[in-house]
Each structure stands twice: as structure tokens, then as C-alpha cells.
Design a protein. Structure first.
Length: 131
């Protein structure tokens, strides 16, 4: 690994990726808010529920990926590409876990220990991939 003071700054390609990821985060959060306040699951459940889960997944994934990238790049000694791949994986894992958690709640089978086990499962998968 390259020491932090000898790493090259982000290239033009990485800046473009962050711009796209930031734009995705803003668009997905705004579309999630629109779906949350404008679509009723009682009047059109075939449209409202899939859009709710899709926009929730993208909002969580993009936001967590951005936050995770900046924390990994600040506190680790990995290069920018490695930090980005870890951050995207963590965002996807957290988005999937949250969507599964809400589906379990809708089905009425969620309890607090199932939620903890669900997030611990994804945490252990991520720890295994990092080692």
C-alpha cells in the first residue's frame, strides 16, 4: 500500500465518478421523497410499493457510498479505486439489508433480533471481504 502522503490526488476519471455518484444521490433522494409523499400504496399498490423500494435502495446506496468513500479515504491507506470499490459494496449491502428489513416489517415477521441479525450478517460478509 502507498503511504498517505505519497498518494496521487484523484484523477479526472475519479472526479467524474464522484460527480455522477453525487448526482445519483441527489436524484434518488428527491425521487424517494416524491414517491413517499405523492404515491399512495392504498390507491395504487402495484405502482407505489415497487417504486418505494427501488428509490429507497438507490437513495441509501448512493448516500452511504459517498459517506463511506470519504471516511475510507480519510482513515485508511488504500488508493482511491480500492476505497471506491469498498464504499460501493458497503452501500449496496446496506441498501439491500434495509430493503429486506422493511419487507420483513411489511410481512409482519420482523422483530428486533431479526433486524440485528440481518445487519450483522452483512457486516460479517463485509469484514470477510476486507480481510
Amino acid at each position: 500500500d502507498i503511504p498517505k502522503n505519497q498518494r496521487l490526488p484523484c484523477s479526472h476519471t475519479m472526479t467524474s465518478i464522484f460527480l455522477r455518484l453525487g448526482t445519483t444521490a441527489l436524484l434518488s433522494i428527491s425521487s424517494f421523497i416524491v414517491v413517499l409523499f405523492r404515491l399512495s400504496p392504498l390507491s395504487s399498490p402495484t405502482l407505489a410499493l415497487p417504486l418505494f423500494f427501488i428509490t429507497l435502495f438507490f437513495a441509501i446506496t448512493s448516500t452511504v457510498s459517498l459517506a463511506s468513500y470519504f471516511s475510507w479515504s480519510h482513515w485508511s491507506e488504500f488508493d482511491a479505486g480500492k476505497c471506491l470499490s469498498i464504499a460501493l459494496r458497503e452501500g449496496i449491502f446496506l441498501g439491500i439489508a434495509t430493503c429486506v428489513l422493511i419487507i420483513l416489517h411489511i410481512l409482519g415477521v420482523l422483530s428486533w433480533w431479526i433486524g440485528i441479525l440481518l445487519y450483522l450478517t452483512f457486516t460479517f460478509i463485509e469484514l470477510a471481504l476486507l480481510s
